[in-house]
Design a protein around this ligand. Structure first.
Ligand code: AMP
Length: 434
């Protein structure tokens, strides 16, 4: 199938051709005609599948086809909500890229940056807003923007927004947009919470399922290195050096861990930078720019900071620490093997993380291949001692929150969420939590 067969207008086809896309990806093939028809769509598509163009192209076309009498200021007609600033910027870039031959104006609205210039721009009017929920709410409450003319609402990476405790914010925003609108909901995973959100937001939706539930892209080679914690850094430096890796995204659990690993790698002579929520937006943009331009080879990032990064054909992703929440594994490794290119996702797993690996494999419903010879003393990744719910740690005496249920509870509670940086940042208060 070609893009022409999808019924897109000349201007959009030209913009797509400029990108060098030969054929639409599966999510684009399925979603674009439905969205053009005006249907609500619930799409199970993970990042890297081309989902952004999958909703942006038909959204732009619908705004053009159903164009309104020119008004000043331009009313907001399409609203795209994203979980993070990075994703908001990325979707904004896509809207600009695909809409470059169209007279539509878009704006990205997110926290962590000065609110005043956003306010001035918003007051001038725009057709499309791409926003993180917290900052958008601030603007609506300050009457900088009016959402009463919104015709299309997109919830991008909705599962992530729920994980980050944005449900109340989403509900609030939905109460400000007209009931008579087209809704598109994209999510990598299909939890019961997502189904609940979909049932309350979408109107007679068509379901588009591109990847298998909780599946990872087939173009990604995954491997697990069983290794003691103290050798992880050494192994990582070895893998980067011996493989002559030019671009690798390394996930760590904490911002402190990100800074520490960045410095250790630099000591090993590797060009590395860290990306986490304690950095200013300017510093985050800069390190990302360096990474994209190949000025640094390794980007050490926390989950939240790395969310939504789209770096063309990122060849390597390393889980230096396994994620606490199994679904994050799918998101993390979705950074590689994007839109048909192949990638490698390696996880350095120490025995203390064996239970996290077990949770990931339970979610994936398959085992991730183990590397037989890591060059280090073999370790067992069998789960022998699943931490009991809230049991005190034998050595520290502190409560152990590693039990799945307590993790779930922490995730469900916005007040405790470790992923609060965007919400907090977006309100211009404390900077990131992670
Ligand atoms: P996304 O899943 O939206 O984050 O897109 C992942 C990557 O795929 C982006 O770098 C897009 O530029 C790229 N992409 C989107 N559509 C296509 C296509 N039809 N052919 C090739 N690459 C694409």
């Amino acid at each position: 199938m070609s893009f022409e067969q999808l019924g897109l207008t000349e201007e959009l086809l030209k913009a797509v051709a400029d990108q060098g896309y030969a054929t639409p990806t599966p999510v684009q093939q399925q979603a674009i005609p439905l969205i053009l028809e005006g249907r609500d769509v619930l799409a199970g598509a993970q990042t890297g599948t081309g989902k952004t163009a999958g909703f942006t192209l038909p959204l732009l076309q619908r705004l053009m086809v159903h164009s309104m009498r020119p008004q000043k200021p331009r009313p907001v007609r399409a609203l795209i909500l994203t979980p993070t600033r990075e994703l908001a910027v990325q979707v904004y870039e896509s809207v600009k890229t695909y809409g470059k031959y169209l007279p539509l104006h878009a704006q990205a609205i997110y926290g962590g940056v000065n609110i005043n210039w956003q306010m001035r721009n918003l007051r001038r009017g725009c057709d499309i807003i791409i926003a993180t929920p917290g900052r958008l709410i601030d603007h609506v409450q300050q009457k900088n923007v009016d959402l009463s003319k919104v015709e299309m609402l997109v919830l991008d990476e909705a599962d992530r927004m729920l994980d980050m405790g944005f449900m109340p914010d989403i509900r609030k925003i939905i109460s400000w947009v007209p009931a008579d609108r087209q809704n598109l909901l994209f999510s990598a995973t299909y939890s019961s919470e997502i189904k609940g959100l979909a049932a309350s937001v979408l109107n007679d939706p068509v379901e588009v399922e591109v990847a298998r539930q909780n599946a990872t892209a087939d173009s990604i080679t995954e491997k697990v290195y069983g290794i003691n914690r103290e050798y992880k850094r050494e192994l990582l430096s070895y893998l980067i050096g011996s493989g002559n890796w030019k671009q690798v995204l390394v996930f760590v659990r904490t911002k402190h861990g990100a800074d520490r690993l960045e410095k250790q790698l630099q000591k090993d002579g590797i060009r590395a930078g860290a990306l986490h929520g304690d950095k200013t937006q300017g510093a985050r943009n800069k390190v990302l720019e360096y990474f994209k331009a190949g000025k640094i080879a390794v980007l050490v990032a926390t989950d939240i900071a790395a969310r939504g990064l789209d770096i063309d054909q990122l060849p390597h992703v390393v889980n230096f620490d396994l994620p606490q929440v199994a679904e994050d594994y799918v998101h993390r490794i979705g950074r590689t093997g994007r839109a048909g290119s192949s990638g490698e996702a390696l996880s350095l797993v120490c025995p203390e993380e064996a239970y996290l690996l077990a949770e990931i494999e339970k979610l994936l419903k398959r085992q991730i291949p183990r590397v037989a010879d890591t060059g280090y003393e073999p370790v067992s990744l069998k789960v022998v001692d699943m931490p009991k719910k809230n049991a005190p740690n034998k050595t520290t005496g502190k409560k152990d929150y590693r039990h799945k249920k307590s993790i779930d509870r922490r995730r469900a509670s916005p007040g405790n969420s470790a992923d609060k940086e965007v919400r907090r940042g977006s309100r211009g208060k404390a900077r990131a939590a992670r």
